[in-house]
Design a protein around this ligand. Structure first.
Ligand code: ADP
Ligand code: GLC
Length: 487
């Protein structure tokens, strides 16, 4: 099967969150299962690509689309197709930021062009001489691809089938309706039965309406998004398409996130040889200017947004610190949260450290050096950090939601079962109660070490996840996509 994996980010080239990690690992896992996979992403300005440039292919201008080029690069992880169009991808900031003063038309075209190129590669007119059987779009930046394939199918019955994966329903790519011509959404698809969303165009909704199958990144989130509380206004569309909606839990790249080989950490360790983890804690404390303390070192890495429940950590921090805990945070995002974290660190020198920014190495060092990882998310489609932290013997505190519910088993009162501290809801009361359980468990070193080992012996590798994708592609190609939400 020829699979085109379409994404706005791919680690280590461009990464803002978990989609970057998934885009690096899933195509490689699919290839190891025999799929012929190419990964399509924009060639952002300033991107450092290590690999062999195999060829450069022109994408001719067409309708509203400017001329572009595809750079085919072979890397150890597989084949990358970088879509080069300096007029649209000239900025050097995050993939989702727009150049100052850019019109909504230009903004919409940035990812519209990505979807257009994807559909072209899934059609008989593919300029590569390689035509995808399945175009696998990810999140709203790929959302128009299933619509474009649908539009092309009238003239080209050989067009690829499409799958869209929802990594986060909260981001939808919504633009004014008057961009419709600029992104080539034909009039029949501008209604509420198509890409229209409250008078505007939603790229994600387009994907949900026209894809042959819809997946999301955990079985629990697949159920949650059918309800208004997590459906972000698209629960009705998802309900209509629930026969084609499937939750497939993400995996993690165990080559990149492995405490026995990780090049970012000072001491390697494993479930059978946990002692060196303490050296990573000492190194992290030193790097972050923390003194020694009797309590656990708590770690948090992530986008600082309402989703991640950082406000619960802020409000609950004093109580933990007064009981001897310490806190290290790495994150960027909401300015008010960044400021509140900086103020907390300033009020507790030697006990709290906060790095604002994006730092891959420090993220690994926190996973390895912390004793307990905090992830009290309000919602979490899958979440990778809680799987990383368990792999690194750093039991997480999580909310029972989305992929967190599917990957962390709550510890029991005797600490003999479970891999983390699960909060029933993302409330202050539940966070404080979970932290009380952490601080009590921390005083029982033998039971804590057994908890760490239970965390580390789990297998979160991608093979479990890649196989259901391959089965889904085959079902879609056979015209038999029946994917009742299951968990
Ligand atoms: P999300 O995709 O919602 O941000 P995930 O847990 O799925 O959450 O994935 C987040 C990924 O991004 C992890 O690999 C995490 O280490 C990384 N990450 C998030 N924020 C930062 C940061 N400030 N610095 C380094 N890595 C980060
Ligand atoms: C999104 C979600 C996160 C998920 C990631 C990768 O960013 O917020 O929960 O793990 O995508 O699928």
């Amino acid at each position: 099967m020829k699979i085109l994996f379409v994404t706005p980010e791919c680690a280590p080239l461009v990464k803002t969150g978990g989609l970057g990690d998934v885009s690096a690992a899933l195509p490689a896992a699919l290839a190891s299962l025999g799929c012929d996979v190419m990964t399509l992403m924009p060639a952002y300005a300033g991107m450092q690509v290590h690999g062999v440039l195999e060829r450069t292919v022109d994408v001719p201008p067409q309708g509203p689309w400017p001329a572009a080029q595809l750079l085919q690069v072979r890397r150890s992880g597989g084949v990358l197709l970088l879509l080069s169009c300096p007029a649209l991808y000239s900025r050097a900031t995050t993939p989702y930021a727009h150049p100052a003063g850019a019109s909504p038309h230009v903004q919409a075209q940035q990812f519209g062009l990505l979807a257009h190129a994807a559909a072209l590669l899934g059609s008989a007119a593919s300029p590569l001489g390689w035509q995808a059987d399945i175009v696998h779009a990810n999140d709203w930046p790929g959302g128009l691809a299933p619509l474009y394939l649908h539009q092309r199918r009238e003239a080209d019955a050989s067009c690829a089938r499409s799958v869209i994966t929802i990594h986060n329903l909260a981001f939808q790519g919504v633009f004014p309706m008057d961009v419709a011509d600029a992104v080539d959404v034909l009039p029949p698809h501008r209604s509420m039965h198509g890409a229209e969303f409250w008078g505007r165009i939603s790229m994600l909704k387009a994907g949900l309406q026209y894809a042959d199958a819809i997946t999301t990144v955990s079985p629990t989130y697949a159920r949650e998004i059918l309800e208004p509380a997590h459906g972000c206004g698209l629960e009705g569309v998802l309900h209509e398409r629930r026969g084609q909606l499937l939750g497939i839990l993400n995996g993690i790249d165990t080559q990149v996130w492995n405490p026995s080989t990780d090049p970012f950490i000072v001491a390697h360790y494993s479930a059978d040889h946990l002692t060196p983890k303490a050296l990573n804690k000492a190194a992290l404390r030193e790097r972050c200017g923390l003194q020694s303390a009797p309590g656990p070192l708590l770690g948090l890495v992530g986008r600082l947004t309402e989703q991640k429940g950082v406000d619960l950590v802020l409000a609950g921090a004093e109580g933990c610190l007064s009981r001897g805990a310490q806190l290290v945070v790495l994150g960027q995002g909401d300015a008010a949260l960044e400021q509140a974290l900086a103020a907390l660190a300033a009020a507790h020198p030697g006990q709290v450290h906060c790095t604002a920014g994006f730092d891959e190495g420090l993220a690994h060092q926190i996973e390895a050096g912390a004793d307990c990882f905090l992830m009290p998310s309000r919602f979490e489609p899958c979440g990778l950090n809680q799987m990383y932290s368990q792999t690194y013997g750093t039991p997480p505190v999580v909310t029972r939601t989305g992929g967190l519910a599917d990957t962390v088993q709550d510890v029991n009162a005797r600490l003999t079962v479970g891999t983390g501290f699960v909060m029933p809801q993302a409330t202050q009361q539940d966070f404080d109660a979970a932290m009380d359980r952490v601080l009590t468990a921390w005083r029982k070193p033998l039971q804590w070490a057994a908890l760490q080992k239970r965390c580390m012996v789990q297998d979160f590798g991608w093979m479990h996840a890649a196989q259901p994708y391959v089965r889904l592609y085959a079902d879609v190609l056979a015209g038999q996509c029946r994917a009742p939400v299951r968990g």
